[in-house]
Design a binder for this molecule. Structure first.
Ligand code: IPE
Ligand code: IPE
Ligand code: MG
Length: 230
């Protein structure tokens, strides 16, 4: 399916996976359990993205602002990420999924960076769906870094900045989804969202599954995109 447009017309979907904490709170469970269930949602939605014919799925896993959370929550999140890469890498290799990272993930703990480097290398030649994980990601930081690189090369323009963004090489963003009822971007893909369609749903991330993705893609297919034209 990759390379040719699926019936819904979307090639690149991004998700702000929000609401793990509230999901846990509703059940009087620790927040870490909410994050754990969030990883299960990642797994099923990433599989669905592939079978639904997306070329790229970008997931907001950890923001540059999330460092302000309590240390135990940050380390629980990093631990889950580590475990996720370890447990799912072989599936990505097998299913032709190309892993990509966006954000300042190289500033994370050396063991995590090494694990990620290996996963990127193992899936680099894959030609199916790209799963891009935004890790230690902030869009303002990304744009500033890209502009600085463009300037260093001698020309600052929309095209030269875009070519230096962490998302360079991914298809243009078609649809941005945020779960949990919050209606804001929280420093995610500010540049890339210029003409993306947006869907905000009240569903909490651990409850978000393939049916919700299918529903969002069906809604996307109904949208009329104008890009400023008429
Ligand atoms: C999203 O869930 C996961 C991350 C930000 C890493 P939250 O932890 O933000 O959940 P809420 O917003 O408190 O419900
Ligand atoms: C956005 O969610 C970041 C991720 C999903 C990784 P937050 O929960 O951090 O966003 P705010 O603080 O509610 O804006
Ligand atoms: Mg949140």
């Amino acid at each position: 399916m990759t390379g040719e447009r699926a019936k819904h017309g979307a090639r690149h979907v991004a998700i702000i996976m929000d609401g793990n904490g509230r999901w846990a709170k509703k059940r009087r469970l620790p927040r870490a359990i909410g994050h754990q269930r969030g990883v299960e949602a990642v797994r099923s939605v990433a599989r669905a993205a592939r079978t639904m014919g997306l070329d790229a799925l970008t997931l907001y896993a950890f923001s540059t602002e999330n460092w302000s959370r309590p240390e135990d929550e940050v380390s629980a999140l990093m631990g889950l990420l580590k475990h996720f890469i370890q447990s799912d890498l072989e599936e990505f290799v097998r299913d032709n999924v190309r892993l990509k990272m966006i954000g300042e993930w190289r500033a994370l703990a050396p063991d995590l960076v090494a694990l990620i480097d290996n996963a990127l290398e193992r899936t680099a030649a894959n030609t199916g769906c790209t799963l891009a994980v935004a890790l230690n990601y902030g869009s303002q930081d990304e744009i500033a870094r890209a502009a600085a690189k463009a300037a260093a090369k001698g020309e600052v323009s929309v095209q030269t900045i875009e070519a230096e963004l962490d998302t360079a090489g991914l298809p243009p963003l078609d649809l941005l989804i945020r779960t949990s009822g919050e209606v804001r971007l929280s420093n995610f893909l500010l540049w890339q969202a210029a003409y993306a369609e947006m869907i905000f749903t009240d569903v909490l991330w651990p409850d978000f599954g393939p049916d919700n993705l299918a529903e969002a893609l069906a809604e996307f297919a109904q949208r009329e995109r104008r890009y400023g034209g008429r």
